[in-house]
Design a protein around this ligand. Structure first.
Ligand SMILES: [Zn+2]
Ligand SMILES: [Zn+2]
Length: 390
């Protein structure tokens, strides 16, 4: 080996090492927060059972709504089991005189409770739920036709747990990646989500507390499950949506298009995730967006909004195509950082982030933070080269 070639190899090694170090490093720590003025962030719970689900206890709709308002929720989906009312949610949950609010946006929906598992329906207006209930045991291809004609958003529930969604994922636009305050049981749901994303589906990840039991009032009797209200209730977890305006239609649209992030409770920070696609410092892409990769490096920004524990350090992990790309330590009132990566020129690439650290207390559901362990928040993906017509 000549001196020159040895020197050349050394140089290559040095460049590779420096490059690896560059990727590991937090490129820009605490850049200014991106303020997205094209919509509003709304927080809510997408999986709540009221007294119209027969196994619930002390959970009237009025109680659920009052609690939700007291912790600052903007919207709510009361999703009672449709089989408990023979599919007629229109004359039960939706017809309940308590099903109204001056400030809280109430989605129309139900939990589609079938032999092949559970899914949640979300709609901005009343629809004929009985038709979906009646076709629950049919072939997926026939269910799809009914679902389409109803104009509803169907979502896979607790995909890795009991009564997991056992239908084709082609029927759904979103998946419950975080069910109830208990984080560890959701690990397999995340695995299924990553498989769906990797296969080319732009599928929104969402949360849902699946709460059934309220705190009894003075005149109510506690049930054997009353203790659960301290561990899991409205907001554990909380799903944030970035809606074009404060309306039911805009909430569904955000859920359709991945404009959503999940936090362990309403007081935990929310994760926002952007990409500077044009390289002009404007970060015009956000979660849910899809663009054609030019095979050039792209700068991304992750920021945590509403952090009440500025002294705590969080670990943000960047997931690229289902595998960990990198992780970063952040702290501060609006912790943020930027990193750079190059999406594949030809193939599909998606990026999403998770946030771990000390969970913010939720005094109204005092034992929930412990069940969520270190999981604080997760984003939806930013996509490259996905087929919008998939
Ligand atoms: Zn269920
Ligand atoms: Zn449920």
């Amino acid at each position: 080996m000549t001196i020159q070639s040895k020197y050349f190899r050394f140089l290559i090694c040095l460049i590779l090492t420096l490059n690896a170090g560059y990727l590991q490093a937090q490129e820009t720590a605490n850049p200014p927060a991106i303020i997205n003025t094209s919509g509003v962030w709304l927080k809510g719970d997408l999986h709540v059972h009221s007294r119209h689900s027969t196994e619930s206890s002390n959970n009237s709709i009025a109680k659920i709504i009052n609690f939700s308002k007291s912790v600052g929720m903007d919207y709510l989906a009361i999703t009672d089991h449709d089989n408990h009312v023979n599919g007629d949610v229109a004359h039960h949950t939706w017809a309940d005189p308590e099903f109204k609010s001056d400030t809280l946006l109430l989605l129309y929906g139900a939990e589609w409770t079938t032999t092949r598992g559970h899914g949640n329906v979300f709609s901005d207006k009343p629809y004929d739920h009985k038709r979906l209930y009646d076709i629950r045991d049919a072939r997926d291809i026939n269910i799809e036709k009914v679902k389409k004609s109803l104009g509803i958003h169907l979502s896979a529930n607790h995909p890795s747990g009991k009564d997991n969604f056992g239908f084709s994922y082609d029927l759904v636009k979103s998946i419950e990646v975080w069910n109830s305050a208990v984080w560890p049981k959701n690990a397999n749901a995340i695995m299924i989500w990553d498989d769906m994303l990797s296969s080319g589906r732009m599928m929104t990840g969402r949360g849902g507390s699946d709460t059934h039991h309220g705190v009894p009032t003075a005149t109510e009797k506690p049930s054997a499950n009353t203790y659960q209200a301290e561990f899991n209730y409205v907001g554990t977890p909380t799903t944030w949506v970035f809606a074009k305006q404060r309306s039911l239609t805009a909430i569904i649209d955000a859920l359709d298009h991945g404009k959503a992030a999940v936090s362990s409770n309403p007081f935990a920070p929310r994760v926002e995730f952007y990409a500077d696609y044009k390289g002009n410092g404007k970060f015009e892409m956000m979660m849910g967006d899809n663009a054609v990769s030019k095979g050039k490096p792209i700068k991304f920004q992750v920021q945590l909004i509403g952090n009440k524990l500025p002294k705590e350090q969080y670990t943000v992990t960047v997931i690229k195509n289902g595998a960990k790309l990198n992780s970063f330590q952040v702290s501060g009132e609006v912790p943020a950082f930027q990193f750079t990566d190059t999406p594949d020129l030809k193939g599909r690439t998606y990026y999403r982030v998770t946030l771990e650290g000390k969970n913010t207390d939720y005094p109204q559901v005092p034992k929930s933070a412990g069940l969520s362990e270190k999981m604080v928040a997760l984003s939806n993906p930013i996509y490259f080269n996905f087929d919008p017509k998939f």
